[in-house]
Design a protein around this ligand. Sequence first.
Ligand code: IVH
Length: 677
Amino acid sequence: MGASVKSRQESVVARIEQLRKEIREHDERYYVQAQPTISDEEYDRLLRELAKLEEEFPQFRTPDSPTQRVGGQVTKEFPTVVHEVPMLSLANTYSEEEVRDFDRRIRSALGGPYRYVCELKVDGVAVSLLYRDGVLVRGATRGDGTQGDDITVNIRTIRSVPLRLRTTRNGIRNAEVRGEVFMTREDFQRMNREREAAGERTFVNPRNSTAGTLKLQDSALVARRPLQFIAYYLRADGNVLKSHYENLGILKDLGFRVSEHTRLCGNVDEVVQYWKEWESRREELPYDIDGVVVKIDALAQQEELGAIAKSPRWAIAFKFAARRQETVLRSIILQVGRVGTVTPVADLEPVFVGGTTVSRATLHNEDYIRDLDIRPGDVVVVEKGGDVIPKVSGVVLEKRKPGTKPFSMPSLCPECGSKIFRPADEANFYCVNTECPAQVRARIEHFAQRGAMDIEGLGEAAVDQLVEKGFLKNYADLYSLRRRSGDLEKLERWGKKSVANLLESIEQSKQRPFSRVLFALGIRHVGAGVAQLLARNLRSMDALLEANFDDLQRIQGIGPQIAESVLRFVADRHNRALIERLRRAGLTFEEKTTAAGLFGLSGKTFVLTGTLESLSRSEAKERIEERGGHVASSVSKNTDYVVVGREPGSKLERARRLGVAVLTESDFLAMINNSSQ
Ligand code: IVH
């Protein structure tokens, strides 16, 4: 080799080294510390220069070069690897009591003083990283805890995983690092939007998509997915390590990202406090957590406590009540609503999610089912969001059994066998038969419900029975039931007393205000709030029956869609006849609200928390706003009232702390009823 070639090569090596060092520093600033110091363009220039040199001089290529992050290697099957130290899993607890039990066990086993380290339990995928001589040589999944898959090629593409350790301060060169690979919610949503636009299948949630990505055979694809890594465990050669908390500091020095929310706790009360704090603050984080992890800090004490079966005695997962859960979709049933809407509903294997057992969840419509490819027999994800209405948010495709068939809407109504149809511009199907028993039942149930005529003793089962036995064909029939009380008493599950109670409740319903009567009629698009607007502005049923399109549209809050719907309803001969029968029965057909009562909540600020029994969040909001009040999302000293439903969140605690007035649901109902009548 000539001297000039040699010196050229030496300068190439030097440049390559220089570039790698710089890129590594920038990677760490960007992906670990989130404090970049150069622009994306400058960074790309460095990376391109390095890639070009490595292409020209392949002999200088190394697996720890930053160019290796773009992937490219395709693996047919990942080799199985045996973990040097088994990857244990954690025992789960959900209650303060169980955590206090855990602490009692620790105390009696250790005898002496101890400290806890509390960490967030990131909802991702656990991986193990092996470093030899400071270089990442293997990345593996947990697998069954004893052996997992060697996914090194995929792990290398994750920018927050150092390909080479920063060993200057601690001298650690051989180590195992464990942690969680995850995706932020925002990255997950962006990725799903892109996939949707490209006509590709979307993922159910960030954790699923992380797990799916790590198993991809083409590492170039993995490189394009927004995976991140947070480290929570270090094992290193020699016996230098003493405390888990210190280890987290060392991990940071080695170039890993560690959570900034970790806390040292001196006792179990502080642990419970940490859990409570993060239960209410979890939404603030850009990624999902499903609880906190509590670990004994001193490694010697960890060793002393040891493990039972597959979990250590020195750590525990203190989980939050899941808002998302997997379960089996037994079948898709169709529900026919009062205006004939045929809605697909998921019949689920009961599952505990967000604090209640869920066995039914809406599937919205045909398009929703088709887009997510939801099939009967699938394992699906059930989610309860802030509005606490359970939804099926996706399918766990990896768990799909062979032989499942895509769902298609039938062409006939499951209730009455009439044709069902889907108007061109709508997502819903409708049953054409207005006398469809399902529609009849739904209209009567709607009429009798609490926010409407509030007829006690007329729940779903009773309505079903009375319709089936021919006592009720429509809601006006309720007011002639008295004549048939003798026959009623003979029905199964009925007796003198219950019939008398029902008739009394029907009698009382005649006192309900006009706005409730309007709502009870079941006019499409006329909810409780719109009914109040109509009642206050038109002031009588006669005015409503005579109103034209302009009269209706002139009312603030009434648009063309509502106006048309009202006109269509009152133009119908059957509906007219029903209204006349209700008039003869003596229902309230005139508005009695005084202007003074209208804005009884003027200027008041409300915050809602928990589930209300008799109305949805949006209805509650509507009622408050109609009365001049305002709904805020968080409690402050400017809040006038906090309305508390079932399973209130941290807002209740905050209200108590700030001394804000707390209303139960019935206090609230009394307040809104008083301020409108
Ligand atoms: S420690 C023996 N710390 O939770 C200790 N795990 O079953 C093992 N996880 O598989 C894990 N955040 O996927 C630990 N800060 C954290 C964690 C964490 C999430 C996951 C991990 C593990 C599972 C526990």
